[in-house]
Design a protein around this ligand. Structure first.
Ligand SMILES: CC(O)(O)CCCCCNCCCN
Ligand SMILES: [Zn+2]
Length: 678
């Protein structure tokens, strides 16, 4: 299994710069690259990456996407004087040439392809290329929006040609629509292009009709172009996460890409003068973490935009830290998407219903209630209460943004614990022991008895259980003290151990403990005080216990064919979990689990984004192979294959929809549609 993170950076790409005054292009400065690289060094991230050199993209590689004419024009600019450069630049919308632009653009292409090769050859698991000029606006025969060659599009064509790939996902989280990339692949079902972008009902540049949610692709490519327009500024972490949970991730897991390439623009981050958005740097750690669970972790992140140097640098560092496998920092802010974001999410889900199985039972009845083309929801003017208040008066005050980010990032970047996982040396653990894993010694019997006899006596009956509890307490203590990131233990009675672990965690001072219990939970702790939130995935309703704000029994019978759990994890469990913002996650698998190993692995893989990746797993001791799978995930060694994708049945979709309708006011990340009549 590949490991390691490539970092590709070549200082020569800083030579391209604007020679005359142009208020539109003057934000695309060389310092974007050098200060990002400096920021990576200051966080000691450069030395942890595998250095892969850039190279020039060849003419042949550029011609995979661009016309010969476009290449020739670009090449001819190398020997031009300023007057001529200015004249050629004026042929394009928002582009400038410098004598070194052609050389830099070829380096940007080459750096991108070097990253694809490093990932596809298994030399590294993933990586990031810091390049400029950016690429996603450039088109077959034109430069556009600071972009000369479409680095990411060339990379996708290159990967198809050289590695015979048939399914590539491009995620474009830049705040501008990568119309260039859309045009290049809109008839191509082998490349799924997802872009969110500031749109404001076509007001915002490039102000194209085809940037709206109903541009779903053409011909065979229908369904493989997903546009999520932001019709208001000030979108934040919750809006971005909601877009992943309710649009991108369900589609991505159904598509099952062999490679994921990110058009990674950070002008969608707070402080950026172009984006005017509110999302803070740590959200990119979460977005990256989600995408790392696809394509067996094969992820290539390519820089696009980002014009506030401090915001750009912090977001780049959050991305690279996550690519390296570091714990994912807690995402800040109120976990509630704004009305406009939910409308856009609902619209794009409706637009794509005909093309994706996971949307087969999507309720699009809202379409009938509205007239004409605006038959999709559009808020001409939603009331301010449904807007996000901006964290900073205005993004244009760079110094104020610097100050805000200085303070904000202070409590985000905790030191990564040297040891990732603690284990009790349970059955089968010898398979995954490494320098990342710490065997914890049993707590001595008397100490356990003392601990258990008082507080948990009513729960613990026999001696064997007593001993298994002992090492569990030790692990929980180490997680609390941040000596380790996560831990795993087996138990003869996982249900009992989980109950004791929950009570012990709250007693240790964890304020919000999320427990996901797979199988018959038997004893359900009292969740009235909100210090625990329990999601019990079981085959049938636990006797008499109905769902309430802090306890959910999600009835699920795994489909025999394969893994149909995606819709439950993405559409329900993660939104509730992110709304709750736990500071510890306990995942327990009890007897007669009703989920397959791949469904549980999916759950564990995705849930690591919570609680700064603090997870305690307790597994019924009969489940050896499950324990090994979960342990490997916790160590961060591998990204699981999620088995055969099976779309959810209508019954299961309706069950999740019913829970969502019932609880979306309490747990607002569940929202993915707007109630009519608001
Ligand atoms: C890579 C990138 O998407 O960040 C480039 C953005 C280009 C913005 C051009 N603005 C033009 C405004 C014209 N009124
Ligand atoms: Zn941009």
């Amino acid at each position: 299994m590949a490991s390691g993170t490539a970092l590709i950076y070549d200082e020569e790409m800083t030579t391209h710069k604007l020679l005359w005054s142009d208020p539109i292009c003057d934000i695309e400065v060389p310092e974007r690259l050098s200060s990002s690289y400096e920021q990576l060094r200051s966080y000691h991230l450069v030395e942890r990456c595998v250095h892969v050199p850039a190279r020039e993209g060849s003419e042949e590689e550029i011609l995979l996407v661009h016309s010969l004419e476009h290449l020739e024009v670009a090449k001819s600019t190398q020997t031009m004087n300023e007057e001529e450069l200015k004249r050629v630049s004026e042929n394009y919308d928002a582009f400038f040439f410098h004598p070194s632009t052609y050389r830099c653009a070829r380096l940007a292409v080459g750096a991108t392809l070097q990253l694809v090769d490093a990932v596809m050859s298994g030399k590294v698991r993933n990586g990031m290329a810091l390049v400029r000029p950016p690429g996603h606006h450039s088109q077959r025969n034109a430069a556009n929006g600071f972009c000369l060659f479409n680095n990411v599009a060339i990379a996708a064509e290159y990967a198809k040609l050289k590695y015979g790939l048939q399914r590539i996902l491009i995620v474009d989280w830049d705040v501008h629509h990568g119309q260039g990339t859309q045009y290049i692949f809109e008839e191509d079902p082998s490349v799924l292009y997802f872009s969110w972008h500031r749109y404001e009902h076509q007001e915002f540049w490039p102000s194209l009709k085809e940037s709206d949610y109903d541009a779903v692709g053409l011909g065979k490519g229908k369904g493989f172009n997903i546009n999520l327009p932001w019709n208001k500024v000030g979108m934040g972490n919750s809006d971005y996460l909601a877009a992943f949970f309710h649009v991108l991730l369900p589609t991505a897991f159904e598509f099952d890409p062999e490679l994921v390439i990110v058009s990674s623009g950070y002008d969608s981050g707070i402080g950026d003068p172009e984006g005017q958005m509110n999302a803070t740097p740590e959200v990119f750690a979460h977005l990256t973490h989600f995408l790392m669970q696809l394509a067996n972790g094969k992820l290539c992140v390519i820089l696009e935009g980002g014009y506030h140097l401090k915001s750009l640098g912090e977001s780049v560092c959050m991305t690279v830290k996550t690519l390296l496998g570091d714990p994912v920092p807690q995402v800040s802010g109120e976990m509630a998407p704004c009305l406009s974001a939910v409308e856009s999410i609902q619209n794009v889900r409706a637009a794509h219903k005909p093309y994706w199985k996971w949307l087969a039972y999507e309720d699009t009845s809202f379409l009938q209630n509205l007239s004409t083309k605006s038959h999709f929801l559009k808020t001409a003017n939603s009331n301010p209460s449904t807007e996000h208040e901006s964290k900073i008066t205005n993004n244009n005050d760079t110094v104020k943004v610097d100050r805000f980010l200085e303070l904000h990032m202070k409590n985000i970047l905790f030191p990564v614990p040297p040891i990732k996982t603690a284990t009790t040396g349970c059955e089968g653990s010898e398979h995954f022991l490494s320098e990342h894993v710490q065997l914890v010694k049993e707590m001595d019997k008397t100490e356990v008895e003392a601990l258990v006899s008082g507080f948990y006596a009513d729960l613990v009956k026999d001696n064997k259980t007593l001993l298994s509890l002992g090492s569990m307490f030790v692990i929980l203590d180490k997680i609390l003290k941040k000596e380790v990131c996560n831990g795993i233990a087996t138990s003869p009675t996982a249900a009992l151990s989980a109950a004791v672990a929950l009570r012990h965690s709250v007693r240790l001072g964890f304020q919000r403990v999320l427990c996901v219990f797979v199988g018959d939970m038997q004893m359900i702790p009292n969740t009235e005080d909100g210090k625990m939130l329990i999601i019990n995935i079981c085959e049938k309703e636990q006797s008499g216990k109905t769902s309430c704000k802090h306890y959910f029994s999600l009835n699920w019978k795994e489909d025999a064919e394969g893994n149909d759990f995606f819709s439950a994890v993405l559409g329900f469990i993660l939104p509730v979990a992110y709304s709750y913002q736990p500071n510890l996650t306990v995942i327990a698998v009890g007897p007669n689990r009703n989920l397959g190993i791949s469904g549980i692995s999916l759950l564990v893989a995705l849930i690591q984004g919570l609680a700064e990746s603090r997870i305690f797993a307790v597994i019924e001791d009969t489940e050896i192979s499950l324990m090994q799978n979960v342990a490997k995930l916790l160590v961060g060694a591998s990204t699981p294959a999620f088995g055969i994708y099976v779309p959810p049945t209508q019954e299961k979709v309706n069950r999740i929809k019913a829970l969502r309708d019932q609880f979306q006011q309490e747990w607002k990340m569940l929202q993915c549609s707007v109630k009519e009549g608001i």
